[in-house]
Structures are given as C-alpha cells and as structure tokens.
Design a binder for this molecule. Sequence first.
Ligand code: ZN
Length: 157
Amino acid sequence: MQITKERVAAIHYTLTDNDGKILDSSAGKDPLYYLHGAHNLIPGMEEGLEGKVKGDKFDIKVSPEKGYGVRDEAAVQQVPMSAFGDNQVQVGMQFRAGNQGEFIVTVTEVSGEMVTVDGNHPLAGVELNFNVEVMEVREATNDEIMHGHAHGPGHSH
Ligand code: ZN
C-alpha cells in the first residue's frame, strides 16, 4: 500500500542540517504517525513521502521554502529588558508574542538592558535533510479524516 491522501503512515526519521548536526529524531521513540495530505507535515516531507511503501528507506532534502520558511529579518526586534517583567531573560528562552500570543519569539541575544528576539521559526532558512524509514501505511479511519490528524499510539486530544 502506497502513501497517499487519506492514508496514515508511520515513519521513523532523523533530521540533520547541512553540517550533519542532528536536529530531531524519532530514534528510540514511537514512530511518527501522520495523516497524509492534511498538512500534518511540512510540504517538502509530504512530497517526498508520496507513493512510498512500508519498508522504504530514503533521504528527503527539503528547501526552506518547503520547510519552515525563509528567514524574515523584519521579525528580529530589540526589546527593552523591562518588557519582560520579572523574567530572568536568557538566550534561547521562548515567549509568546502578539495580541493573542499567537506567535513565538526566541531570545537570541541579551546585551545590557536590550534583548534581541527573533520571531522566525528556529528552522526558518535551514535546508533540512531527513533520513526516513516507512514503518506502516494504512487507510485512515473516518475519525482521523474528520479530525485532520492520525490517531497513533499515545495520541490524545
Ligand atoms: Zn483526533
């Protein structure tokens, strides 16, 4: 059975950047279950997985445009330390921002009383190298199609 729309696939994956640094991996955990064609994964992953079958092992190279987007330098801002209240602000910390807390910014620099925050996704602008193994492919259930996601092991709402 091939991976295509309205099927659920389980994959093991390791994600590295172009320097070979491991950014994420499912090794040692349950495989990742996802509903194909429902934007559960970044577009470049769905394209690379389309048509694959259980047991396939392969690499997918994903450009930023089909991954987490290109970097937007306008999303990098300097904010006074006082804006963070009592928080001990450190590089790497993440905060919700925007009127509804709808996006996440990451602290990239603390210099005196000024804090630099970056609203880009941490993987924006990064070419992604996935090594993938397909563990299972099955038809999605009606519930999964209605919900727009897979109900894999450990899934909760
Ligand atoms: Zn659900």
